[in-house]
Ligand binder design. Structure first.
Ligand SMILES: *[C@@H]1O[C@H](CO)[C@@H](O)[C@H](O)[C@H]1NC(C)=O
Length: 392
């Protein structure tokens, strides 16, 4: 038996009534609310605001609440497993050229947007039959004014991603683990997509075992986004680089996007961590990259990145290419240029058993002026113990 007390404001208290003589269940008493406020570009995001928090009873109710036009605080206190809810699909996909270890840790592909046949799968691509969980390939279209928060480390969405698009605004996703979106297949699904949105704050989430992108912003304007304190865990048994590391991690190629990445722990990836392009302005501050067997940043044409106060530990290539503009906070004296535009001197990055970052472009720093800019601390490994679920 469960009593639910709706408190004034945004939190609710849930008390589990004990059977006579059993007091242990009172320990589960909890109050739910978004913890803290976003820093950086998504400052001002309020999500469900003062809406009372409530726990959806199953995947169908979760989907209804995420997609309706009511401001909500949605609390996940268990796993919501979407696998099987839309059946499975068997069709022709491919074994791309990148899969040099078929059946032994490689990643095959679904033929999304003709990827298998338009040249992107490389020379020597072969057709194969693929069977995947249908729910994984399309995210839930989250509407405006929602907070989605997890309890402890119990809030898990398995087998389906979240998509904030088509004008949706003001969404907070906090302390949720999104996992298992057809990780064996490229195009198996994206965990969090932002495409034509504004004010999105993703905080203290974990993303693991995803087929395609862990986070993707593009190609429509995503406007103001903050990714903070998240764990992007690329460990996988299906790697496009055949080495247990996920290649498709974070993809920031939107139009006019402002993305703050602060205090994220990005580990065991092998590429696109992130790829930047479109005309995205990215402030990557105090993140921790670890065990990256390929590249962290790939800055395509139009991408504008300030990277400061980050740790690169065992990252083979911190910056693959810079076809856009990149300020890698190269020296204490050079970093003073930041104060005029970001409100502080940029912090040095730290490198352990890693390649170099480079990046001395400064002309684009003026784009930060007047925006909400995250503060910067000295590069630190403490990120690894503070990022992810169950840490707030
Ligand atoms: C979201 O909340 C704001 C502020 O209360 C309101 O103006 C707006 O209409 C809401 N948006 C939707 C789609 O409900």
């Amino acid at each position: 038996m469960k009593f639910t007390t709706i408190a004034l404001g945004s939190a609710i208290s849930v008390a589990y009534a004990a059977v006579p003589g059993d007091r242990s269940q009172f320990a589960e008493r909890a109050t739910y609310a978004v913890v803290g406020k976003p820093e950086g570009f998504a400052t001002g995001t309020t999500g469900g605001g003062s809406a009372a928090c409530a726990i959806p009873s199953n995947v169908a109710e979760l989907k209804t609440w995420l997609t309706d036009s009511t401001a909500r605080c949605i609390v996940l206190d268990k796993e919501y497993n979407f696998k099987g809810t839309e059946g499975t699909t068997t069709e022709t996909g491919c074994r791309p050229a990148s899969n040099t270890c078929p059946g032994n840790g490689g990643q095959d592909a679904i033929n999304k947007a003709s990827w298998c046949t338009n040249g992107n799968a490389g020379a020597g691509v072969t057709s194969i039959s693929v069977t995947y969980d249908t729910a994984g390939v399309a995210g839930i279209n989250v509407r405006s004014n929602k907070s989605i928060i997890g309890v402890g480390s119990k809030g898990v969405i398995r087998g389906k991603g979240l998509r904030i698009a088509n004008g949706a605004k003001n969404v907070i996703i906090q302390n949720i683990h999104i996992t298992e979106l057809n990780p064996q297949y490229i195009w198996g699904g994206d965990a969090i997509t932002v495409d034509g949105a504004d004010l999105v704050w993703v905080d203290h989430c974990k993303v693991s075992l995803i087929g395609r992108q862990m986070f993707v912003a593009g190609t429509g304007a995503s406007n103001r986004v903050t990714l903070s304190n998240n764990e992007f865990d690329g460990s996988t048994s299906w790697s496009a680089t055949c080495d247990g590391h996920h290649y498709w991690a974070i993809y920031l190629t939107g139009s006019s996007d402002l993305i703050t990445m602060k205090n994220n722990y990005i580990h065991h990836t092998s590429g696109r961590s992130p790829k930047v392009g479109g005309n995205s302005l990215v402030h990557a501050v105090n993140n921790y990259w670890y065990a990256n067997s390929g590249h962290a940043f790939d800055n395509g044409a139009g991408g504008m990145v300030v990277a400061e106060g980050n740790v690169f530990q065992n990252v083979v290539t911190p910056l693959l290419e810079n076809a856009g503009q990149f300020f890698g906070s190269p020296s204490t004296s050079a970093n003073m240029v930041c104060s005029t535009y970001l409100g502080h001197n940029c912090q040095l990055n730290s490198f352990g058993s890693s390649g170099t970052l480079g990046g001395t472009d400064t002309a684009f720093l003026a784009n930060f002026k007047g925006k909400s800019i995250a503060s910067a601390s000295t590069a630190s490994s403490s990120v690894t113990s503070l990022a992810g679920v169950g840490k707030i």
